[in-house]
Design a protein around this ligand. Structure first.
Ligand SMILES: [Zn+2]
Ligand SMILES: [Zn+2]
Length: 336
């Protein structure tokens, strides 16, 4: 099969991913072979590929095929697979596999499993024509959703869903969503399902338009350095932070009312003062049941992904466009 392979971390402008033939084994046990239909291009892929996450041990292997928002069709079954058949369409989220036995796995929080394997980070991912998946950790994709456009449900979708659930929203609450990219544009739609007033915060005029299209009640256009936010201080009941840059990470907390909630969905240290009694909640992805809920919402037409398609061999270009803010919504690699 063909894949985009990372041998060595480097700036995406230097085209670190190489398009080449990679051999893939036959599935055994609970494994299935997937013919990949599409794979989303995540901001976290960009960080890892450029070497920003070496200090966290990522990439976890070399060479590595990145990509963790995957939809594919089952084309071969291992001998123990009893929940899938050939032709089923399934998705893989960043949590590729968990141990199934630890305190997190047995309490529905398998995405916190310390023994988890991560698609496109510690095992090969979806920038490829095929992948071996664990049949127990994939989710079936409803057949009324577009398989190419919706692979990002498997990362931005579940990330947005779990973050919004932690924001304790109701119709009398105002929530700020900071960063209207791949995740933020889904979070707006989910927050609206709670009846809350949704305010999008962004530095980009293009993202302002997208935010209104997704149902935002208001948009605050901030300067790159967040120097113009004074009049919005302490106006949010809850805030969900998805913008992975220093200025939003340092300044977002100023929007939150004393006693409010900040849900942090990106890496970075907040400028926190305990006297404000703001509740801080970290959020990463979620587990299989969260993923099923996301797929149900998409199948009912309640959330949609705004996506821009690229060919597999153009993954470097997709990453460059993402880095330079040239994508509205999410980049996806259309593989079949
Ligand atoms: Zn992702
Ligand atoms: Zn576990």
């Amino acid at each position: 099969m063909k894949a985009m392979v990372l041998d060595k971390t480097d700036k995406v402008e230097n085209n670190p991913l190489k398009y080449r033939d990679v051999s893939i084994k036959d599935p055994k046990g609970y494994e299935v072979l997937l013919d990949i239909i599409s794979c989303g291009v995540c901001h976290s892929n960009l960080h890892m590929i450029e070497g920003d996450w070496v200090e966290y041990g990522l990439p976890g292997k070399s060479p590595l095929i990145p990509g963790h928002e995957i939809i594919g069709k089952v084309s071969k079954l291992g001998d123990l697979v009893d929940n899938l058949k050939i032709g089923d369409v399934v998705g893989i989220q960043p949590l590729y596999q968990a141990c199934g036995k630890c305190e997190y796995c047995i309490t529905g929080r398998e995405h916190l499993c310390p023994y988890g394997k991560w698609a496109g980070e510690t095992v090969d991912g979806g920038y490829a024509e095929n992948i071996i998946a664990d049949s127990r950790y994939v989710n079936k994709v409803p057949d009324n959703i577009d398989y190419v456009k919706n692979s990002p449900l498997f990362c931005p979708g579940i990330t947005a869903y779990c973050a919004v659930n932690k924001a304790e929203l109701s119709p009398d609450k105002t929530v700020y969503i900071v960063g209207i990219g791949g995740v933020g544009h889904v979070a707006i739609q989910i927050a609206k399902l709670y009846g809350a007033k949704v305010v999008a915060v962004s530095t980009s005029k293009n993202h302002e338009e997208l935010a209104y299209e997704m149902g935002a009640d208001d948009v605050i256009l901030v300067n790159r350095d967040y120097s113009n936010i004074d009049k919005y201080k302490k106006t949010a009941d809850s805030l969900i932070l998805f913008a992975p840059y220093e200025a939003p990470i340092m300044n977002s907390i100023n929007f939150v009312k004393d006693g409010g909630i900040l849900v942090q969905g990106v890496r970075g240290k907040l400028n926190y003062d305990f006297t404000t009694e703001i509740k801080l909640k970290g959020t990463k992805i979620g587990g299989r049941s969260d993923m099923d809920n996301v797929l149900r919402l998409a199948s009912q037409g309640k959330i949609k992904i705004e996506s821009k398609e690229y060919k597999l061999e153009d993954a470097n270009i997709a990453l460059q466009d993402l880095k330079h803010g040239n994508i509205n919504g999410r980049a996806v690699l259309k593989i079949r």
